[in-house]
Design a protein around this ligand. Structure first.
Ligand code: 2AM
Ligand code: CA
Ligand code: CA
Ligand code: CA
Length: 255
């Protein structure tokens, strides 16, 4: 089965991330502050693409590193972040993941997000619900006052600093507490499992949220832009992901 094969490939790629900590990391700077890439981001991505090509040769690839950004287009397209949470990876926070989504004619069909440190594999198939390590998960249906709230504020997003901290303060004052995890894909998956009631970030790329967007929807949650609009798989977007009640409350609170 295609989806099981994708899960196997992603699980094996997770071992590469664990193994990487045995070596000295080679770190490169991309443009801006705290925007790193390592040899391992590139190696994991190459491994994924090489193996996913074998199981689905006709698929396009939209992936973070090395400018592998084909059109989403007609037919299949894998949307890949080889390491989401590279800064966490560099500092050995043990909170990073591999994100692999599969779109067909521009719509998400399958998504998996894998944290190799905890061996947590979040998966979703369109129309069939979301799972964590094979067990069904559901987003929270309680309100903000009974939930944790997560936000993301990567250090390169300097022009949006005031806005995201204004959001964080509002969430802080209206929830059980705020969290900043450093991996958008894992933050969104934690909305899917009900660990986070809500998650907001202002500037993300499709590979950060493609797989997780299907996982949170299939878990019964919502994902939109911060203003409540439809998210795009073709261009950067802000993200507001939440359980249904939290989503309505966050929309009122933040807009
Ligand atoms: P990354 O680790 O794959 O780069 C944390 O706030 C989130 O922001 C992470 O998911 C991180 O993904 C993402 N991020 C970091 N640098 C980014 C950049 N230059 N553009 C877009 N997203 C980025
Ligand atoms: Ca990056
Ligand atoms: Ca990312
Ligand atoms: Ca990445």
């Amino acid at each position: 089965m295609l989806y099981d094969e994708i899960i196997n490939i992603v699980t094996l790629a997770g071992e590469m991330i664990l193994q990487a900590h045995e070596e000295e990391l080679t770190i490169y700077d991309k443009a801006g502050i705290s925007n790193f890439v390592t040899k391992h981001d590139k190696d994991v991505q190459s491994y994924l693409i090489r193996n996913l090509r074998i199981i689905l040769p006709e698929a396009n690839f939209l992936a973070e590193e090395d400018g592998i950004q084909q059109e989403l287009g007609e037919g299949y397209c894998f949307i890949i972040d080889p390491i989401d949470g590279t800064t966490n990876f560099i500092f050995d926070y043990k909170h990073s993941c591999i994100s692999v989504g599969l779109a067909y004619h521009g719509k998400m069909q399958f998504g998996c997000v894998y944290n190799p440190y905890t061996r947590e594999m979040y998966t979703a198939i369109k129309g069939e619900g979301a799972k964590l390590n094979g067990k069904e998960i559901h987003s929270s249906d309680k309100g903000l006052s009974e939930n944790l709230a997560a936000f993301g504020c990567a250090r390169y997003q300097t022009e949006d600093t005031d806005r995201i901290f204004d959001y964080a303060k509002k969430l802080y004052l209206n929830s059980l507490g705020i969290r900043e995890g450093g991996s958008a894909a894992l933050d969104i998956c934690r909305v899917a499992s009900g660990a986070n009631g809500v998650y907001v970030e202002l500037m993300l790329q499709p590979w950060d949220y493609a797989a997780a967007s299907l996982i949170v929807m299939e878990a019964g949650g919502f994902i939109s832009t911060a203003e409540g609009g439809l998210i795009s798989l073709e261009q950067p977007s802000s993200i507001l992901a939440a359980g249904r009640t939290c989503w309505k409350e966050a929309m009122k609170l933040l807009n």
